[in-house]
Structures are given as structure tokens and as C-alpha cells.
Ligand binder design. Structure first.
Ligand code: EPU
Length: 338
């Protein structure tokens, strides 16, 4: 059933109070098809599929139909000597999925603990943190093509994963609705503690026997200390991507800014820490009204209560401009602007 003129405040982690012309939830394919049929009759101009609403900034009311994906369920669909294939409904909360897998001893996503959002959004932007990206453990997904009214399967190559990228975020944007995702998890863990802060946190915790549970707890501790809890302070995680520049450009910048934080990337490129660049421009802890730049991690923009999406967007524009002026580097937004 489609409801009209509904506030989207409970449905986006930024907590922006924008109104949707239409809103419908669906828990299975039949319901989705019913809603789409009804939507055709009502002639909505645009559609927006929402999972956890953790990677969007609503800059105004949405004059179309919002489809809220609530397909749930977690099940093992196959198994071989080394791997266990676990399928999750797109509407399952990602962190619940991680906790479920930890409990069963399935390894590979412990570094991705506490990332907000739902399973359906995880391949969309190839979520990643602390040295792991979902493309490393992805097996296959099932998606519904809105135009063709048909289900299609995508394997890893089909998704063309990149840094916070996939076909669903660019060439196929708005065309598919992800229904479920299968992850290929390890029966025997391969620990990844290469991301600096993890090892340090494990040491602080006094961990002697490494386990996926210990890594998950370390990640949870680090994330909680740096990233705001969206239930308390609205945000969508990193607002910008970490930019990549040619190695020679990075080298020149290093001469002028010896403390600049950077990491080797691929194809003769260097990745720069956007948080560092933004902090150097003086934005960390900035606040105007209820919109601001988080004081513990400059890459995160926040809504302290009643900020509008337009106010947050305006700060992001100013940040892009000042980073460009100081470093000659153009930041790209990671968050989808609606
Ligand atoms: N830094 C600063 N100042 C800041 C923030 C960061 O100097 O205000 C420096 C840190 O000191 C560190 C470096 O920048 O040397 C990297 O910082 P951090 O480890 O916090 O990670 P990040 O690069 O800022 C990325 C992801 C996060 C992910 C973390 C950990 C992107 C856009 N963001 O942030 O992902 O949790 O690494 O892997 O790639 C997200 O995508 O929403 C997200 C939170």
C-alpha cells in the first residue's frame, strides 16, 4: 500500500525532515510487484529505493515514490570444504548479519562490524572498512529490473566493484532493486589486522588469542570512538571519498605538506586522507546552526537536530572549495545527494 505525504525523518540516518510524495514498504517480490503496478497508475515522476537510508542526503522534499526494502531472512545456501555461502535478504540490517555470522563462526566480515545500513546497500557502494571491502567476500546477488520486470543474477565481475563503487551506483543507477545477497564466508578465519588502529586496539584490549570476535570488538571500539552514533547525532558516515591523485602530484604535495596522510593506491595513484585535508582547512568541529563537521572525524558531516539537507550540502560545497584552494585536490561526495 502506498502512503502519501510521509516524513522521511525516521528513514534516513542524517535525520533530515523531508517529505516524500509517496512511500511504500515491501517484504517480498510479490509485494514489490504490486506496489510497482499501483505506482504506474499514480504516475510518480521518480522512484527512490531505500534500505537503511544511511548513505543519502535529502536536500528537499522528494516528489516521487520511496520504496522501502524490508525483505528479511538469513540462510545458508551452500557449503564446500573451505567456504560457507550465506544469503541475506536486502532489508536485513548489515550489523545483524555480521553478528549472526560471528555467532556461527563464519569469517570474513568481522572487520565490517557496525557499518550502518542494510544488506541490500552493501554491494551498491562496495562498503569497506579497516582493510576489508565486501567485494573480497561477495559471491552473488539477485536484483529485480524495474523496466523488464524480471530477476537477474549478478556475480562479482558483473558488479564491477571499485572503491565505494559498483554498477548499481553508476551505469545502472535506479534501474534495479537488490533483493538478496550471497556472501562467501570462510570456515577457517584469515585474520586481517593490517589496518594500523586494529592491532593497537587489540593490544589495548589485552587480546592474546586472536579471534573474529576479538577483531569485531576492536572495530566496534574504534568506530564508536571516532564516528557519531546516528541515533544520537544524524550523519551518513564518511561524506566524501578519499581522493586519489597521481603519484607525482602526491609527492609534490608532500614537499609542501610533509605531514600529509597518504596511502599507496593502484595504477600509479596515491590515496589521500580526505579527513586530514579537511581538518587542515579548519573545518573539524565547525558548526553553523544544527549542521556541522564532526569534531572527532572531519570526513563526517553531522546534523545536531534540525539541520536541513540544504544546509549540510552548503557546508559540503564550502569544504570542497577550500580543500581545492589549499591543496588543488577536488573532493568527491560519497553520499548520494537526493
Ligand atoms: N584523519 C585526520 N583528521 C580527521 C580524520 C582523519 O587527520 O579528521 C587522518 C587519520 O589520522 C588517519 C587517516 O586520516 O591517519 C585515515 O583516517 P581513518 O582511519 O579514520 O579513516 P578514513 O580514511 O577517514 C575510511 C573510510 C571509512 C572507514 C575507515 C576505516 C572512506 C571514505 N572512509 O575513513 O568508511 O570506516 O576508513 O577503514 O573511505 C564510510 O565510508 O562511511 C566510512 C566511515
Amino acid at each position: 500500500m502506498i502512503q502519501e505525504n510521509i516524513s522521511l525523518k525516521p528513514y534516513n540516518t542524517f535525520g533530515i525532515d523531508a517529505v516524500a510524495k509517496g512511500l511504500a514498504t515491501f517484504s517480498n517480490l510479490e509485494q514489490l510487484e504490486e506496489v510497482l503496478k499501483e505506482a504506474e497508475k499514480r504516475n510518480y515522476k521518480s522512484q527512490l529505493v531505500l534500505g537503511g537510508g544511511s548513505n543519502i542526503l535529502l536536500t528537499g522534499d522528494f516528489n516521487g515514490l520511496v520504496l522501502k526494502n524490508e525483505i528479511d531472512g538469513i540462510e545458508v545456501v551452500a557449503e564446500d570444504a573451505d567456504f560457507i555461502y550465506v544469503k541475506g535478504g536486502a532489508g536485513e540490517v548489515w550489523h545483524h548479519f555480521v553478528l549472526h555470522c560471528l555467532e556461527k563462526g563464519y569469517a570474513g566480515i568481522e572487520n565490517l562490524s557496525l557499518i550502518p545500513g542494510n544488506i541490500g546497500a552493501s554491494p551498491m557502494q562496495n562498503i569497506g572498512a579497516y582493510g576489508v571491502e565486501i567485494k573480497d567476500v561477495f559471491h552473488q546477488l539477485e536484483a529485480y529490473h524495474i523496466g523488464d520486470k524480471a530477476i537477474q543474477l549478478f556475480n562479482t565481475a558483473d558488479c564491477r566493484f571499485g572503491y565505494r563503487e559498483s554498477v548499481f551506483k553508476n551505469i545502472y543507477k535506479g534501474q534495479y532493486i537488490i533483493l538478496s545477497v550471497i556472501y562467501k564466508l570462510l570456515k577457517k578465519p584469515r585474520f586481517n589486522t593490517s589496518y594500523g588502529a586494529i592491532q593497537q586496539e587489540l593490544d589495548n584490549m589485552g587480546v592474546k588469542d586472536l579471534s573474529i570476535q576479538a577483531i569485531s570488538q576492536a572495530v566496534i571500539n574504534i568506530r564508536s570512538s571516532k564516528l557519531p552514533d546516528w541515533k544520537l547525532v544524524g550523519n551518513a558516515g564518511s561524506f566524501f571519498k578519499n581522493p586519489t591523485v597521481d603519484n607525482n602530484v602526491a609527492q609534490k604535495l608532500k614537499e609542501t605538506f610533509p605531514k600529509m596522510v597518504s596511502f599507496p593506491f593502484e595504477n600509479g595513484k596515491t590515496k589521500l586522507a580526505a579527513g586530514w585535508l579537511i581538518e587542515q582547512c579548519g573545518w573539524k568541529g565547525y558548526r553553523k546552526g544544527d549542521a556541522g563537521c564532526y569534531d572527532k572525524q572531519a570526513l563526517v558531516l553531522v546534523n545536531y537536530g534540525h539541520a536541513t539537507g540544504a544546509e549540510i550540502y552548503a557546508i559540503s560545497e564550502q569544504i570542497i572549495q577550500s580543500v581545492n584552494e589549499k591543496f588543488g585536490v577536488t573532493l568527491e561526495r560519497e553520499v548520494n545527494i537526493i
